[in-house]
Every structure is written in structure tokens, then in C-alpha cells.
Write a protein of this length. Structure first.
Length: 276
């Protein structure tokens, strides 16, 4: 797909969504390529942002690629590595992209491969499209309203027939033990207490630690039964994975409101949430 190709106002909403999906998937794969070029070097160029979170050359390179692609859609973009956009400016946006160019920077620095590229399209606070791409594994997860959620293995390059190789989520379960997936870098006392309560309910359980948005994808594909997150996250950490989960038949529940998590809020810091 050419970068200059933009969405026509005369297209149906489903056709428009499919075109936006293709643009975002190509952006995620190209961004993954940019990340891997740096991942294979010795110099990540690590700096520390406010809040003591790391920033690498790979975050910035990925963001540059994604911005190049998504800017062609003429839909505003809220990116972790982009400029800070005041709520007064974005509160009336009907649509926006929410992007984390490298989710799991700590995992990237550890070289454990558990990092992703996250791209989501939001419409009136609802996730209508979510893409999570794992550069090291070359696995692509995506979910879109009216289309469902899918996983594509060996997503090395974008092509017109790439989406025909998708496996519909959730995949068939081949396990019997109740499984909880939790953060590798942010295990909180509240999460540990939640796990103990699930042990009382289900008896034997299995707990898996994972980095980045792969935790949401594990629930969406059926590899885990739930993902409790009782520690800080931002909208760009969860929007893409929520799209994969929602259209696979799961939900991402705001712990305070007990409702599906909404986006483009005044406060970009998420409440605690539960995916199941």
C-alpha cells in the first residue's frame, strides 16, 4: 500500500476500517524492522524520561516510522513518544490513533524479546481497531470491530494476502489449569493477593509472567484466563491489546467503574483493570 493512499470519504465504514487496518499493520511491521536494527546492535542509546521510565533509540525510530504511515490517514495521533497534547485540544476528537511505538522498553533493554509495537484506533472513546506486533517473534495480533480478532505467525512483510493467513481468536485451549498472566516488571502486592483469591476459587492455578501487551494477547488467544493489572499503565499501554481482546470476545474492565475501559480521557493514566 502506498503511503500517499488515504481514506476516501465516500467509502463505507467497514471498507474504511479495513483500509485503516492495512495501513496500521504495514506501519507496525515496518516499525518492528526499525526496532530490530537497533536491537541487534550494542548501543541502545538509553535515556531516562520523567517517571524514571527508559527511552531508547528504538522507541524513537519506531515512532518516526509509525508517524510517517499514520499521518497519511489525516486522523490525529496520540503517541507515547510524540508531543504532549492537552485535553482541551483533543477532547472533541471523534477519532484518534493511540500509539506505543515500543511497549516494554525494559524488556527490550533486557533483550528477552517480550516487547511489542502497539497501534489502536479510537472512535468516540471506544477501541475499534487494535494491532499488537512482536518484532522478535514476528507475530501479529489484530482485532477490529465487525471483523473479529486474529493472530498471524511469520508476519515478516506486509502484503495484500497477509490477513488471509490469520487464525481466528481465541484459539482452541489445550490446557485444564486456570491460568493467570501477570506483569514481568510490575508485580504488585495487590496482584499477589488477587492470585491467592483465585487459588481459593479454582484450586490449582498456573501463573505466567510476561512483558508488554503480550499479556492481553495471551488472554485473547486463550493461553491465559485472566490478566489482573493493579499497577500504573497509560492509555497507549493498553488500547491496542484491548482491541485484540474485545473482538475476540473478552473484556478489559476498569476496576473503578466496572465498565469497559474508555479512551481519550482527560486523565491518560489508566485505573487498575482486569482482562477476562
Amino acid at each position: 500500500m502506498k503511503l500517499s493512499e488515504v481514506v476516501s470519504r465516500n467509502e463505507t465504514s467497514k471498507t474504511m476500517l479495513e483500509k485503516l487496518l492495512n495501513i496500521a499493520i504495514e506501519a507496525s511491521i515496518k516499525a518492528g524492522d526499525a526496532i530490530l536494527k537497533i536491537y541487534e546492535t550494542e548501543d541502545f542509546g538509553v535515556d531516562m524520561k520523567s517517571g524514571n521510565s527508559p527511552l531508547t533509540k528504538a522507541d524513537l525510530a519506531s515512532n518516526e516510522v509509525i508517524m510517517e504511515y499514520l499521518s497519511q490517514t489525516r486522523i490525529p495521533i496520540l503517541s507515547e513518544e510524540g508531543r504532549s497534547i492537552p485535553y482541551e485540544e483533543r477532547k472533541d476528537w471523534r477519532q484518534l490513533w493511540i500509539v506505543d511505538p515500543l511497549d516494554g522498553t525494559k524488556e527490550f533493554i533486557k533483550r528477552n524479546g517480550e516487547f511489542t509495537v502497539n497501534i489502536a484506533l479510537i472512535e468516540n472513546g471506544e477501541v475499534v481497531l487494535g494491532i499488537v506486533y512482536t518484532p522478535v517473534l514476528r507475530e501479529l495480533y489484530y482485532g477490529a470491530k465487525g471483523l473479529g480478532s486474529f493472530k498471524i505467525s511469520e508476519a515478516l512483510i506486509f502484503s495484500e494476502d497477509l490477513l488471509t493467513r490469520g487464525q481466528k481468536l481465541p484459539l482452541k485451549k489445550d490446557r485444564s489449569v486456570y491460568t493467570i498472566v501477570a506483569s514481568r516488571s510490575h508485580m504488585s502486592p495487590e496482584t499477589e493477593a488477587f492470585i491467592k483469591e483465585k487459588e481459593k476459587e479454582h484450586g490449582q492455578i498456573e501463573t505466567i509472567s510476561k512483558g508488554s501487551s503480550l499479556k492481553l494477547c495471551m488472554v485473547a488467544e486463550g493461553s491465559a484466563d485472566c490478566y489482573p493489572r493493579f499497577a500504573p499503565t497509560m492509555e497507549w499501554d493498553t488500547a491496542a491489546g484491548q482491541g485484540v481482546c474485545i473482538y475476540a470476545g473478552f473484556d478489559v474492565i476498569d476496576w473503578n467503574s466496572k465498565q469497559t475501559m474508555k479512551y481519550n480521557r482527560e486523565e491518560l493514566l489508566n485505573n487498575w483493570f482486569l482482562v477476562e
